[in-house]
Design a protein around this ligand. Structure first.
Ligand SMILES: Nc1ncnc2c1ncn2[C@@H]1O[C@H](COP(=O)(O)OP(=O)(O)OP(=O)(O)O)[C@@H](O)[C@H]1O
Length: 239
């Protein structure tokens, strides 16, 4: 079943067409990568899929519901994390999670907050203010917040940007485990090709506002006669 179906999306910012005629799907339980060079239109695409900005043309269906007409219901089953979205710095980690648990109107907010604190090993920093956390710790808090409502679709914009290799590796392992155990679908942007090879079942390659290639890392490597995804990326990006 398609968790997400976007068809023929267009988004312009003045004279710039950031996304032109973009279609993509994410199926149940799938981890899908959205790749492409800087300025290809990845973040703009994610922001349309999350209802943060409105497409100039095209349609978005989440769980079979048209986003434009069933916004609240569709988005209640989605969550998002990105390194560029700040958390309220003066709050303590557990307070941030409490606030979001209530915003999401969870039925058992306290229990769920305790669960994600354990899942992301946040116990030792739960009483610390967000302001003083390292970027790796902040990423874990961001992801814990994004998992609070047990989303059927988790959208991650460069989830491991700013992380050292060890922290990045731990987060990738945790996300892969979550996808396997919970069956939640994920849509991920990343500039780390090894990360995408490791995590993603399928990849949509974007260039200049369009999806120019779709397939698994192996399929794409075969199609582009490339050693690996890094080489595919260079071939796609350089036309
Ligand atoms: N709010 C905006 N106003 C004007 N132009 C914008 C806006 N948002 C994005 N753009 C432009 O749209 C194009 C696509 O940007 P977008 O951020 O979606 O690319 P991206 O693929 O996410 O890039 P990166 O890999 O650098 O994050 C770029 O040319 C960008 O300058």
């Amino acid at each position: 079943m398609a968790i997400l179906e976007a068809s023929h999306l267009v988004k312009r910012f003045g004279a710039v067409t950031a996304v032109r005629d973009l279609s993509l799907t994410v199926r149940e339980g799938e981890v899908v990568g959205l790749l492409g060079p800087n300025g290809a239109g990845k973040s703009t695409t994610l922001h349309m899929l999350l209802g943060l900005i409105t497409p100039d043309a095209g349609g978005i269906e989440l769980f079979g519901l048209e986003l434009a007409r069933h916004r609240t219901e569709a988005l209640s089953q989605v969550n998002f994390a990105a390194s560029y979205v700040d958390l309220p710095g003066v709050l303590r980690v557990h307070e941030v999670l409490d606030v979001f648990a209530r915003l999401y109107a969870l039925r058992r907010p306290r229990e769920r907050v305790a669960e994600v604190i354990e899942l992301f090993e946040l116990g030792a920093i739960a009483r610390r203010r967000v302001l003083g956390l390292s970027s790796g710790q902040r990423t874990r808090v961001q992801l814990a917040k994004a998992l609070l409502n047990a989303p059927r679709l988790l959208v991650l914009d460069e989830p491991t940007a700013n992380l050292d290799p060890d922290a990045g590796d731990r987060i990738r392992g945790l996300l892969s485990r979550l996808a396997r155990e919970n069956g939640s679908a994920m849509l991920i942007t990343s500039h780390n090709m090894r990360e995408v090879e490791r995590m993603c079942d399928r990849i949509h390659f974007m260039a200049d506002g369009l999806v120019v290639a779709t397939g698994s890392a192996e399929e794409l490597a075969g199609r582009y006669e490339a050693e690996d995804l890094e080489e595919v990326f260079l071939k796609v990006a350089r036309g």
